[in-house]
Ligand binder design. Structure first.
Ligand code: ADP
Ligand code: ZN
Length: 757
């Protein structure tokens, strides 16, 4: 008898309730279980927003449902889901899983990840509005119409002629009347209203800007053919794989992407193509729009309602290709078959606010979960992508040659330490000067890269040595000539440029260093006949200005284009015969282990803008360190030589991609208090490390390269280990229940896989 009864402590609990797992935007923990009341049983699904009681708050706290399960109500106090905010899920099960993964990996509350994933316009259901349309009442007879006053009659006739419901505004225009007769007709029920939810009529869904981009369909080169075959095999293979398309600049990578996507689309699939925001030129758009029926281009200057419109189209499965910057990785395509990350090395793929995700990492997680290929493309693959090919995590596809047998451009290094080379005055050396003249004489175009905007990058007193700096960031202010402003490039603090030294009143303050504005002035005086344009974030503030300058450059209205790294990316203009790099070392001496990689990428990419037509092209690189491996390799177009050398450096210190790094930034208004918190975090990290017996190197707390930012003192800690999971778990353990006194206004940020130190 006793044997059949389970012992009391093993009482099998009855699963008697249905539970929803809920996550919040503020809480890093969870998900938490809530009971689903009967009336919501059928309606509530994962991916929907709910309101639930939390703590002692009176109002329901908004949260996201991430799962539904059967459970037991025994031995626990369960609270009910009290409100349901959505009619249908805002994201499907796969995206919910992606959110949960991101929340775990990047250590960000899942609710916050949802907020990143789903555009705010979609969440607010803004972008739709209710519009009232009128049609003629079916009960209205011809005699009744005849008896109506003239104005009202013409309104009715208008509706009859148009054969479709119209809004009051449309009617007023068409019938040439005020809204008064319409109101009267409505009162008499001669016309009947119908309310529709729809898009703002004010939105401008950008029409296809097919900027001279006729539909081209090339015969692929042998290298493109092989690349395409391998990608198509991966698409047909039906499992998650990563492919790295390493193709030199001008090897025709875009054409390969397009053909691969055509393959996906032919099987009723769809694709995401991510590009750095700045390469979302009409040219890139045009290439895709001329080849597919339905392309959605997402970009940061989109209005909320436009964003909402595209998002809904995408979700309904009406879009074949989504093109956009890093956030396009979340596009809710129902039948996703391929994700492409073009220029995968580009730093814009890492978000520098919470959640600090990298589109490559997220794309990888999404692709693997869906069992579809992730295609990375670059002429200068990141060390991470390259390492993946070496360790068997990604397949390498190479396109070492340009299309149409075009040679790579010759690169000439100018040693700025040698006075004769440098020339007498200014930033443009003698050889570069001669080359520009020659290019202009030959009706060619030239590009000059200087990766510093503004006029002068330091404002210093020659008498006392005082450097005018930002009171919030301690960084030297940059002098901008237009309007005589001195600006901090970290926080935008701006003052009028002081006419004399603010420290000693010496009248003769000097502007040193070189920015694009000063280069523009120099170019204008040295080449008075050239048609010059400057492209940097100062001149490109207005929407559309980027597009305008590029189309003027394309048409030849501009023949000398100078600017920051904006001009280094993706441009494909056959008449660019010369690229000049004013100072290749600008990124080289940064205290960041990626400095050499950045320099190599920048020089290689900008060099790739020339030699794209039949007239060839050349590159002149000015540098103080011509022997540096990054500059050497870039000048020889030798990616392999660069990565192999650089990999040795990374291995020495176990830096990514060989190890994994995370960074914790602590910031607050008072230096000593902030440092105390940083020390407390260090102590917790150390004990978590010892507890886990993990091999983690902890560096700091130290002041980062930018010590003060926006008035806050900053300290950072670096964690390094051979695996990301070890770093992540150490931080998770250490900071799970760590709270800073809210009165002190000190916050800490976790940056997993930081891209900028
Ligand atoms: P990448 O992105 O590799 O730098 P692009 O995709 O911009 O190269 O291609 C460079 C140029 O070559 C473009 O103008 C493109 O239209 C052209 N192109 C691409 N494939 C071919 C091909 N098979 N034959 C001829 N021209 C091509
Ligand atoms: Zn500042």
């Amino acid at each position: 008898l006793f044997e059949t009864d389970p012992p009391p402590w093993e009482l099998t609990v009855q699963e008697d309730v249905r539970l929803a797992s809920i996550v919040f935007a503020k809480s890093p923990h969870g998900p938490y279980d809530y009971r689903i009341p009967d009336h919501l049983r059928e309606e509530l699904k994962p991916g929907m927003r709910v309101g639930v009681p939390l703590g002692h708050r009176r109002k329901a706290t908004p949260g996201w449902c991430v799962g539904i399960k059967e459970g037991s109500s025994a031995h626990r106090k369960l609270r009910d889901v009290t409100e349901l905010y959505d009619e249908s899920p805002l994201c499907d099960a796969a995206l919910v899983r992606l959110v949960m993964w991101m929340s775990h990996y990047y250590q960000v509350p899942a609710g916050q990840v949802f907020d990143t994933l789903i555009p705010s316009s979609v969440r607010a259901a803004a972008g739709t509005r209710q519009t009232t349309y009128f049609s003629v009442s079916p009960d209205l007879t011809a005699e009744q119409i005849e008896k109506l006053p003239a104005k009202q009659k013409s309104v009715i006739e208008c509706l009859i002629v148009q054969k479709k419901p119209m809004t009051a505004a449309e009617l007023a225009v068409t019938a040439q009347c005020t809204e008064d007769p319409i109101r009267r007709l409505r009162k008499k029920e001669c016309i009947v209203p119908e309310v529709r939810r729809e898009m703002h009529t004010g939105i401008r869904i950008q029409a296809q800007t097919n900027d001279g981009e006729a539909k081209q369909d090339f015969t692929l080169t042998p290298q493109q053919t092989v690349a395409l075959e391998r990608i198509n095999a991966a698409i047909d293979g039906g499992r998650g794989r990563t492919l790295l398309l390493h193709g030199v600049t001008g090897s025709g990578k875009t054409e390969v992407y397009i053909k691969a996507i055509e393959h996906v689309v032919s099987q009723a699939g769809s694709a995401i193509v991510m590009v750095p925001e700045i390469s979302l030129t009409p040219q890139t758009r045009g290439r895709f729009e001329s080849r597919f029926d339905s392309v959605a281009v997402l970009h940061s200057q989109m209005s909320p309602s436009e964003r909402h419109f595209h998002w809904q189209r995408i979700r309904r499965g009406e879009v074949q290709v989504v093109i956009g910057p890093r956030s396009a990785v979340f596009a809710p395509l129902p039948n996703l078959g391929l994700i492409v990350l073009d220029e995968e090395h580009d730093t814009s793929f890492k978000q520098d606010t919470q959640p600090r995700y990298h589109a490559r990492k997220v794309a990888h997680a999404r692709a693997m979960a869906l069992g579809i290929p992730l295609l990375l493309g670059s002429a200068t693959p990141s060390m991470e992508a390259w390492h993946a090919t070496q360790s068997g995590h990604a397949e390498l596809i190479s396109m070492p040659d340009r299309v149409a047998n075009r040679p790579m451009p010759d690169v000439q290094l100018i040693d700025l330490r040698i006075r004769d080379e440098r020339g007498v005055s200014g930033a443009i050396s003698r050889p570069l000067h001669a080359a520009i003249e020659e290019t202009l004489r030959d009706q060619g175009q030239a590009i000059l890269l200087l990766n510093r905007r503004g006029f002068a990058t330091t404002i210093q007193c020659p008498s006392c040595g005082h450097v005018v700096a930002c009171p919030d960031c301690d960084m030297p202010l940059t002098h901008h000539r237009d309007g005589g402003k001195a600006m901090c490039h970290y926080c935008d603090y701006t003052i009028g440029t002081p006419p004399w030294c603010p420290a000693c009143r010496f009248d003769g303050i000097r502007y040193g260093g070189l920015g694009t504005q000063k280069l523009e002035v120099e170019a204008k005086s040295k080449f008075p006949d050239a048609k010059i344009a400057r492209m940097d974030s100062d001149t490109m503030k207005r929407p559309g200005s980027h597009q305008r300058v590029l189309s003027e450059f394309r048409s030849g209205e501009i023949n000398l284009l100078l600017g920051t790294q904006m001009i280094a990316k993706g441009l494909d203009f056959p008449n660019v015969l010369l690229v000049g790099v004013i100072n290749a070392d600008s990124a080289l001496h940064f205290p960041d282990f990626r400095a050499a990689e950045r320099t190599f990428q920048l020089v290689t990419q900008v060099a790739g803008r020339t030699g794209r037509g039949d007239r060839g092209g050349r590159v002149i690189v000015q540098t103080f360190s011509p022997e540096h491996p990054a500059i050497q390799a870039a000048s020889q177009h030798d990616y392999l030589k660069f990565v192999e050398g650089e990999m040795v450096n990374r291995r020495k210190f176990n830096y990514p991609p060989l190890g994994s790094v995370a960074r914790i930034i602590i910031r607050g208004p008072l230096e000593d208090k902030t440092e105390t918190v940083a020390d407390a975090i260090l102590a917790r990290l150390e004990s978590a490390r010892d507890l886990l017996n993990a091999e983690v190197r902890i560096l700091g707390p130290a002041p980062p390269p930018i010590v003060r930012l926006r008035g806050k003192y900053r300290f950072h800690l670096l964690l390094q280990a051979s695996e990301a999971a070890v770093v992540g778990e150490t931080i998770r353990r250490a900071l799970a229940d760590f709270k800073v006194d809210p009165k002190e206004d000190i916050e800490y940020l976790i940056d997993i896989d930081p891209m900028n130190l």
